[in-house]
Design a protein around this ligand. Structure first.
Ligand code: ATP
Ligand code: BTN
Length: 329
């Protein structure tokens, strides 16, 4: 058994949320109690919410149903994504990197999901906090037959796919912050990271990464802005396999539609989801700060900002939007 498989088996043995002693775990895995203790320490450092009571053993703070290909397959309609495109891993650096490493061997639509990321990434080298078993970390590979221009607005469409998947679970009040963030109650729930992997022949290869908080551990996670998880919002246990399958389905459907029609048919839906529509914002582009009122997006997915000089379109890349605290909306 590899180290990663041992750790997966330990988590499975604890997944019911009951106490399991170090001795029992050791017997199951053919390892000493101190080897088990070391694996538990690593899992805890990866963010798994686990504790020990002397005389009783180890226990997860709440039961954990691990993400599995079988559970996803049960929920995916066969017309969408064939099961052999789905790969469920345990601990990885970044699911986007798992795709990039294998990209030449992968089919369009290949999906990588993991239980934890040690190097989860946001835009521009920022960190995506990715504790073990607490969220969904998912990446999908897509190939667009035409050039880069055909994918403009893609991150906005992917945000809508995430929103639609959450709506399927019975929650509608999900908002999108241009270009790539998903918000509930003005707090960040999920993010989208799209990376272009150059052009293969005429096709544009795109790695689409989605991180969505489900049941984050308590305490200081080192996230330097307000955040939320789905379990807190819904006030009940969330089945990660169900949400993950819904995201794969919605993403697949969205990408197929996007391939033929781009962002244009989604503009109205995006307006309904727009966190800052008609609100005063500050747009940050490098050292520049531009204040204005958000007026939605145009047919290429660019942000429309109304300033004293009229309405101007801004494209993604290096631009961030923040509420303008000095203005009254
Ligand atoms: P923008 O994309 O507009 O610049 P942003 O500040 O949210 O917005 P991103 O690169 O989109 O930046 O996301 C990375 C940021 O998200 C991190 O700098 C951190 O503030 C926050 N963050 C990191 N991990 C999480 C998480 N698990 N849940 C919510 N927010 C997180
Ligand atoms: C953001 O808000 O900037 C984007 C966060 C994207 C996080 C996801 S988790 C799966 C995939 N792997 C990564 O390293 N990042 C994305």
């Amino acid at each position: 058994m590899t180290v990663d498989v041992v750790r997966t088996e330990i988590v499975k043995a604890l997944s019911s949320g009951n106490f399991v002693s170090g001795q029992e775990l050791g017997q199951q895995m053919g390892l000493s109690r101190s080897a088990i203790a070391n694996h538990i320490k690593t899992l805890s450092n990866l963010g798994l919410d686990i504790f020990k009571v002397t005389g009783k053993g180890y226990k997860l703070s709440s039961p954990l149903i691990m993400i599995s290909r079988d559970e996803l397959a049960k929920r995916l309609s066969t017309s969408v994504c064939s099961t052999n495109l789905i790969n469920v891993l345990n601990v990885v650096g970044s699911t986007n990197d798992e795709i990039k490493r294998r990209i030449s061997a992968l089919e369009k639509g290949a999906v990588y999901v993991a239980e934890a990321q040690t190097n989860g990434r946001g835009r521009r080298g920022r960190k995506w906090v990715s504790p073990y078993g607490a969220s969904i970390y998912l990446s999908m590979l897509w190939r667009f037959e035409s050039g880069y221009e055909s994918i403009s607005g893609l991150s906005l469409g992917v945000g809508l796919a995430v929103r639609r998947a959450i709506a399927k679970s019975g929650f509608d009040d999900v908002y999108l912050k241009w270009p790539n963030d998903v918000y509930i109650n003005n707090k960040k729930l999920a993010g989208v990271l799209i990376e272009l992997e150059g052009q293969l022949g005429g096709a544009t290869e795109v790695v689409i990464g989605i991180g969505i908080n489900i049941n984050l551990p308590m305490g200081d996670l080192g996230i330097n802005q307000e955040y939320i998880d789905l379990q807190t919002v819904m006030g009940r246990h969330i089945n990660r396999n169900k949400i993950c399958a819904a995201i794969i389905e919605e993403l697949w459907a969205l990408l197929q539609m996007f391939e033929s029609s781009g962002i244009a048919p989604l503009i109205q839906e995006w307006r309904e989801a727009d966190l800052y529509l008609d609100k005063h914002v500050v747009l940050i582009a490098g050292k520049e700060r531009i204040t204005g009122i958000c007026r939605g997006i145009n047919e290429t997915g660019a942000l429309l900002l109304e300033t004293n000089l009229g309405i101007k379109a801004f494209h993604g890349g290096e631009v961030s939007v923040r509420p303008d605290q000095s203005a009254t909306t």
